[in-house]
Design a protein around this ligand. Structure first.
Ligand SMILES: CC(C)(COP(=O)(O)OP(=O)(O)OC[C@H]1O[C@@H](n2cnc3c(N)ncnc32)[C@H](O)[C@@H]1OP(=O)(O)O)[C@@H](O)C(=O)NCCC(=O)NCCS
Length: 159
C-alpha cells in the first residue's frame, strides 16, 4: 500500500472496500450539498472493470480520511469524486492523492484526464490548476443545490 505523506501520522492509499462506506459517506455528507448515496459508492466498488475507488487511510488508527474515484476507459481517465475530511484539509493530502492517481494513470497508459468542478469551488479549482489541469469549457447547470455551471478541466498525461 503506497505511503502518500511521511510524518508522525502516515497516510496510505488503497482500493475502497464495502466496510469503508460509513466513513466515506460521512466525509461525502460533510463535503457536498448533494452527496452520493451508499448505493452509488457500492456500484463503484463493484465496477471493477473500469472504476477505481481509492481511499486514503491514516495510520495508526486506520481511519479513512479522503477518497478519490476515477474511471479509466482505455487511454481516457475521468475523475468522478474527490474529497478530504474537513479536519484533514490543508495538509497536502488532496494534492498527494491526485498526484498518485495521475502517476498511476500514466503508468497504465492513459493519455488524458478530465473532471468537472463547480465554478465557485476555489480550493478545488486552485488544486487542479496547480496540478496542470486547464479549463476546456463549461457545462451549464451541471450542479444542483445550488444550481451552478461546471468547468470541464483536462490534463494531458502523455507529456
Ligand atoms: C478540494 C480538496 C480536495 C483539497 O484537498 P486538501 O487536502 O485540503 O488540499 P491540499 O492541502 O492538498 O492543497 C493542495 C493545493 O490545493 C489548493 N488549495 C487547497 N485548499 C485551498 C483553499 N482553501 N483555497 C485555495 N486553494 C486551496 C492550493 O493550491 C494547495 O496548494 P498550496 O498548499 O501549495 O497552496 C478539499 O478542499 C475538499 O475535500 N473539498 C470538498 C470536496 C470538494 O470540493 N471536492 C472537489 C470536487 S470537484
Amino acid at each position: 500500500m503506497p505511503n502518500l505523506i511521511q510524518g508522525e501520522d502516515r497516510f496510505f492509499v488503497r482500493r475502497m472496500r464495502e466496510e469503508d462506506l460509513p466513513a466515506v459517506r460521512a466525509i461525502e455528507t460533510l463535503s457536498f450539498s448533494n452527496p452520493w448515496s451508499d448505493n452509488t459508492f457500492r456500484g463503484e466498488i463493484q465496477n471493477t472493470s473500469i472504476s477505481f475507488p481509492m481511499v486514503v487511510v491514516r495510520r495508526p488508527g486506520e481511519e479513512v480520511v479522503a477518497y478519490v474515484i476515477f474511471w479509466q476507459i482505455r487511454d481516457d481517465v475521468q475523475v468522478n469524486n474527490v474529497a478530504v475530511h474537513p479536519d484533514c484539509r490543508g495538509l497536502g493530502l488532496g494534492e498527494a492523492m491526485m498526484r498518485y492517481i495521475i502517476a498511476k494513470s500514466r503508468e497504465a497508459g492513459a493519455t488524458f484526464m478530465t473532471l468537472e468542478v463547480r465554478q465557485s469551488n476555489t480550493p478545488a479549482l486552485t488544486l487542479y490548476k496547480k496540478l496542470g489541469f486547464e479549463v476546456m469549457g463549461t457545462r451549464k447547470s451541471y450542479y444542483t443545490k445550488p444550481d451552478e455551471d461546471a468547468y470541464v478541466m483536462a490534463l494531458v498525461l502523455d507529456q
